[in-house]
Design a protein around this ligand. Structure first.
Ligand SMILES: O=C(CO)[C@H](O)[C@H](O)COP(=O)(O)O
Length: 262
């Protein structure tokens, strides 16, 4: 077993590896963004190269598009694909109803569009992302740069009437400058600590002029695959209401793991 990887990275890897079992020849697959999704893309690239897996990938960011091409996955746009069989992505938090906070990596807009245009969305995550109530992770919202400070004020005023614990709103930065998304927008991070009614908050935030989308994914995710640092995986399926457990043996995957870690 590679010793230089943290238990969290191993957990992300086993969740991603388990998710590849849902990918079949001929599928159009949405490819998420972030460190866990990057493991998935690398695993799928390995399957394309070594097993001749034939898939078309729709990436959710320029970062993922580059990685997917690098590992040999055929990349198409969502407009070319029109509809997807499956999207696999990471998350910043998920709750017992498989509702999510996403957008820690700034790609929430494309991620939500792509996941919504899929028959099935699978989230891959380490166990630390599992929460009872969403909101400890700051909720990202994507806003257009025009008048963003006014939009921020409107968001702050809106939060006064909401069932949340914190109300601090900060502009995401990239060093000294504001962060820009792939669509040329900014991100406001909402430090809410606890979101009492995520469905209501999501609907209300999206009504504010200047807000393009928020990082709450409500009723979008079907399955969460949770990875643990010792190789265990747990699969939660919202439709089946089931929980399955398994294990990925690091000894069996050691070579792949080492290759992918290059
Ligand atoms: O939503 C996302 C990017 O916008 C990511 O999926 C989320 O931030 C989780 O990232 P990681 O897998 O690196 O923990």
């Amino acid at each position: 077993m590679p010793s230089d990887l943290s238990p969290i990275d191993k957990a992300k890897f086993v969740a991603a590896k388990q998710a590849t079992q849902y990918v079949q020849d001929g599928m159009k697959v949405g490819l998420g963004t972030g460190s866990t999704a990057a493991w998935l893309v690398k695993c799928l690239g390995e399957m394309v190269e070594k097993d001749g897996l034939k898939i078309k990938g729709v990436p959710t960011s320029t970062r993922t598009a580059e990685l997917a091409r690098d590992v040999g996955i055929e990349v198409i746009s969502l407009d070319e694909a029109k509809w997807l069989d499956l999207t696999i992505d990471g998350a910043d938090e998920f709750d017992g109803n498989l509702n999510l906070i996403k957008g820690g990596g700034g790609a929430l807009l494309q991620e939500k569009i792509v996941a919504t245009a899929s028959d099935q969305m699978i989230v891959i995550a380490d166990a630390a992302k599992n929460v009872e109530t969403l909101g400890n992770f700051p909720l990202p919202i994507e806003v257009i740069p025009f008048g963003w400070q006014t939009t921020k004020t409107l968001v702050e005023e809106t939060l006064i009437g909401m069932d949340v614990l914190g109300r601090k709103v900060s502009l995401r930065m990239n060093g000294e400058a504001p962060y820009y998304t792939d669509e040329g927008n900014h991100i406001l991070d909402l430090h809410l600590n606890r979101i009492g009614n995520a469905r209501q908050l999501s609907l209300i935030l999206n009504q504010i002029p200047g807000v393009v989308e928020n990082g709450l994914f409500i009723d979008i995710c079907d399955i969460v695959i949770i990875g643990f640092g010792d190789g265990r995986v747990e699969v939660r399926d919202i439709n089946e209401g089931s929980v399955e457990e398994g294990r990925i043996d690091f000894l069996e995957t050691d070579n792949l793991f080492a290759d992918l870690n290059d």
